[in-house]
Design a protein around this ligand. Structure first.
Ligand code: AMP
Length: 213
């Protein structure tokens, strides 16, 4: 099954994608995670991508599409994927459509996780992520049992470089301008389903699963 998760930064795409991986047995494809890995790896294009990421801007389509193309053809992704944070622009969505067609696959569902902007700002500012397993926490809404330590694996928690107030504002503006049009893009294709992204993580997950079944 191929599922796209749409939603603003902090809407819960990554959290829900991880739960869907466990439920559906297909991998999460997160361009944000892949870009951060390239940044930590210190590759040339990782350095270039970091400038855009730190400014809350989108990394150029060509680069992201090339990464996706490579990832989609890896063996674990042949049975489907959960796309988290991709596509983020209409050209990316069009490229994904072409790639899917070339590979004889199709998008089954596009889920728009809807959360209002004030809530997103609060979530992103307090977000902490595990360096080892990627599990996410929030200093107020979902604190770890021990400060700065992951409940799931004991790894160290960190705050993403782009989860500061100035970059958060810029990411939200970028989302409105470049990514929100995808809601209409996929609605016109008859693929879009909207899910309220507030409430407990498990409740939101059940809303998503109800659509997928
Ligand atoms: P995320 O982890 O999905 O919030 O992504 C973090 C940052 O990586 C974004 O603010 C962008 O700078 C970059 N990024 C992630 N996915 C994409 C994409 N599909 N297109 C362009 N830039 C992306």
């Amino acid at each position: 099954m191929n599922v796209i998760l749409l939603g603003g930064p902090g809407a819960g795409k990554g959290t829900q994608a991880k739960k869907l991986v466990a439920r559906l047995g297909v991998p999460q494809i997160s361009t944000g995670d892949m870009l951060r890995a390239a940044v930590s790896g210190g590759t040339d294009w990782g350095r270039k991508a970091k400038e855009f990421m730190d400014a809350g801007k989108l990394v150029p389509d060509e680069l992201v599409i090339a990464i996706i193309k490579e990832r989609m053809t890896q063996p674990d992704a042949t049975g489907g994927s959960i796309f988290d944070g991709f596509p983020r622009t209409v050209p990316q969505a069009e490229a994904l459509g072409r790639l899917m067609a070339d590979l004889g696959r199709s998008i089954d569902h596009v889920i728009s996780i809807e959360v209002d902007e004030a809530e997103l700002v609060g979530r992103l500012g307090g977000r902490r992520t595990c360096k080892s397993c990627g599990q996410m926490f929030h200093v107020v809404q979902a604190p770890p049992r021990k400060a700065d330590v992951c409940d799931a694996c004991g790894g160290a928690l960190y705050q993403r470089d782009d989860d500061n107030e100035a970059t958060i504002r810029s990411r939200l503006a970028t989302y409105d301008k470049a990514t929100r049009p995808l809601v209409e893009f996929y609605r016109q294709k008859g693929l879009l389903r909207r899910v309220l992204g507030v409430g407990s993580i498990d409740d939101i997950f059940e809303r998503i699963c109800a659509i997928l079944s």
